[in-house]
Design a protein around this ligand. Structure first.
Ligand code: NI
Length: 136
């Protein structure tokens, strides 16, 4: 019996979407306001879902206190109130799109969560725009 448990998290961060290979005009035409030279912020909402078998002894899938600590350390402490392009090594050479941020978060959490459990992250960049990544 597979079951999924999820925890929500939140962080505010600034970014600029920009492809160095493209001209300024091409970047603005493609990314619009997200290409703004002086950056801009988003209120990111994150849903972290862990999937697997419930431990028959404890009745837990995963200790949510432990999961919340990993999310705080790997995501909130790393990205909250940061400029993703300038402050975060992960995005020095990686465009901080919602897609790429979701993959980075998944990789960071994957290294913490026990390997017998599956992991999925959903990252909302706005209330209406969100991306989902499960490692595939
Ligand atoms: Ni943006």
């Amino acid at each position: 019996m597979e079951i999924a448990v999820s925890r929500k998290a939140h962080f505010n961060a600034a970014h600029r979407l920009h492809v160095p290979l493209w001209t300024d005009e091409e970047n603005f035409a493609f990314f619009g306001n997200c290409n703004n030279k002086n950056y801009h912020g988003h209120n990111y909402d994150l849903i972290v879902t862990v999937i697997g078998e419930v431990d028959p002894i404890s009745g837990y899938l995963i200790d949510m206190k432990q999961l919340s600590t990993w999310i705080k350390q790997e995501v909130e402490d790393a990205f909250d109130h940061k400029n993703l392009n300038l402050d975060c090594d992960e995005f020095k050479n990686l465009n901080p799109t919602a897609e790429n941020i979701a993959v980075v978060i998944w990789n960071k959490l994957r290294s913490k969560i026990p390997t017998h459990l599956k992991l999925k992250v959903i990252l909302y960049e706005t209330e209406r725009n969100f991306v989902e990544y499960n490692g595939n």
